[in-house]
Design a protein around this ligand. Structure first.
Ligand SMILES: [Zn+2]
Length: 137
């Protein structure tokens, strides 16, 4: 199951640049992944979320939807049901950055999410653009 997903990811992400962020300040955080039984732990989950200026719960919501699984945030880490490789998790972080962190107008990561009713917008602190983000349900 997870292998199929990995193959899928590799195809989908093959066109992506290796580094999402140009400046080192925004170097893409890498997941510290550990497999415990049938679960996957991301030990530095809170740190990843805070580096991206997002809440751990929002990042988790994205990951469980993308992986079609469930999971919880416990202390500083996340626990996902199912076995997922570090590569898969790292690719998901990059996808999350593209979908929920980078400004669609100027491509800078200095943004925040603003909720308006049922819609979420990515509001850029650099150029002031406000672009709709994909809905996470
Ligand atoms: Zn911008």
């Amino acid at each position: 199951m997870s292998y199929d997903y990995e193959a899928l990811l590799q195809r989908g992400f093959s066109k992506m640049p290796e580094k999402v962020f140009k400046s080192s300040k925004y170097e893409t955080p890498k997941a510290e992944v550990a497999a415990i039984g049938s679960k996957t732990l991301i030990n530095n989950f809170k740190e990843i979320a805070s580096r991206l200026n997002r809440t751990p719960n929002h990042l988790l919501k994205f990951m469980v939807r993308e992986l079609a699984t469930s999971g919880i945030v416990e202390d500083s880490r996340a626990s996902l049901n199912g076995k997922f490789s570090k590569e898969v998790i790292d690719e998901l972080i990059i996808k999350y950055i593209k979908d929920y962190v980078l400004c669609n107008s100027c491509n800078k990561p200095d943004t925040k999410l603003a909720k308006e009713g049922r819609l979420t917008f990515i509001v850029c602190e650099v150029c002031g653009a406000k672009n709709p983000a994909k809905t996470l349900t």
